[in-house]
Design a protein around this ligand. Structure first.
Ligand SMILES: Nc1ncnc2c1ncn2[C@@H]1O[C@H](COP(=O)(O)OP(=O)(O)OP(=O)(O)O)[C@@H](O)[C@H]1O
Length: 283
């Protein structure tokens, strides 16, 4: 049976009289990426903070590697990595020394530092002071630090926000490799394309509640209610047809006339699913 690395059981969280998480349940299995998706303020970071022992839930139980979040102590940090924001970088140390410092604490061979610096595209900046890095570069340094010790579970809060597309692509490649190697990744993002590409399962969060859960593909199929088909003709013209009687007649005519090159069904994207489920845009 697949190992469960994270369990959220009926988690609720209030700050004063404001309830920000409402009965959140979910599981993350070994070697999977679970995406927590939702607009700003939906409760994504709060969920990570509860799981990693930085905040206490008002009710419910959360477990990481079978340890209840109320019982987490520093030994858990040998098994998990966390990327929340750019904090935790020693600004007056070089990029290399930042990682060397943590590699000593975590007993990681220093050869891994160069490997990771290459992987996150910071090798050529290794002698720069961390304070001289751009926001995106600092974000990559935090990512490298978080996987230095090859943790079993990695928490990533918006890991590619503010990164240019090619760096984001490199990070995606790295995350998929980490997953392949058996790491479990709990990812929060606003970016539905990123989630579709990376996540085995996604939970759509709105106003502190999980409003949908499933694989990105299954959710897109589930919400493909007004089915559409993209038809490309031999003369390169393109049409989007629906299942209406008129469109079906048009389709039959096009087939009879031998004018069709390809037909594809147009499933909605996760973004469309989110809008359908919540009635609101993501941002
Ligand atoms: N310490 C706190 N005290 C009071 N309210 C808080 C606290 N931390 C978070 N909140 C509130 O809880 C809600 C959820 O915040 P959270 O940071 O979890 O959202 P998020 O989904 O991660 O948003 P973003 O995508 O902008 O990071 C927000 O309304 C926020 O203002």
């Amino acid at each position: 049976m697949q190992k469960v690395y994270i369990r959220l059981e009926h988690i609720s969280k209030s700050f004063g009289s404001t309830q920000v998480l409402k009965d959140i349940c979910g599981k993350l299995y070994k070697g999977e990426i679970l995406g927590f998706l939702g607009p700003s303020g939906a409760g994504k970071t709060t969920t990570i903070k509860i799981l990693t022992g930085q905040l206490k839930a008002t009710s419910g139980d959360a477990y990481v590697l079978d340890i209840h979040s109320n019982n987490i102590d520093e030994t858990i940090y040998e098994q998990i990595g966390i990327v929340t924001d750019n904090s935790g970088v020693y600004e007056r140390m070089s990029v290399y020394d930042n990682l060397r410092y943590f590699s000593r604490i975590l007993n990681v061979p220093k050869e891994r530092i160069d490997y990771l610096l290459n992987r996150v595209g910071l090798y050529e900046h290794k002698n720069k002071l961390a304070s001289q890095l751009s926001k995106g570069q600092k974000q990559r340094l935090v990512l490298a630090r978080s996987i230095l010790h090859n943790p079993k579970v990695l928490f990533l809060d918006e890991p590619t926000s503010g990164l240019d597309p090619s760096t984001a692509l490199e990070i995606h490649k790295l995350l998929l490799e980490l997953k392949e190697s058996g790491m479990s990744i709990f990812l929060t993002t606003h970016n539905m394309e990123e989630a579709t590409k990376l996540c085995d399962h996604v939970a759509l969060l709105n106003d502190g509640k999980i409003v949908e859960y499933g694989t990105p593909k299954d959710l897109c199929i589930k919400y493909n209610t007004d089915k559409k088909y993209k038809v490309t003709l031999v003369n390169d013209e393109e049409y989007v047809l629906t299942s209406s009687i008129n469109d079906i007649k048009t389709l039959i005519n096009l087939i009879n006339e031998g004018k069709i090159e390809t037909i594809h069904s147009c499933e909605p994207t996760l973004e469309h699913v989110f809008i359908k489920v919540t009635g609101r845009e993501l941002n």
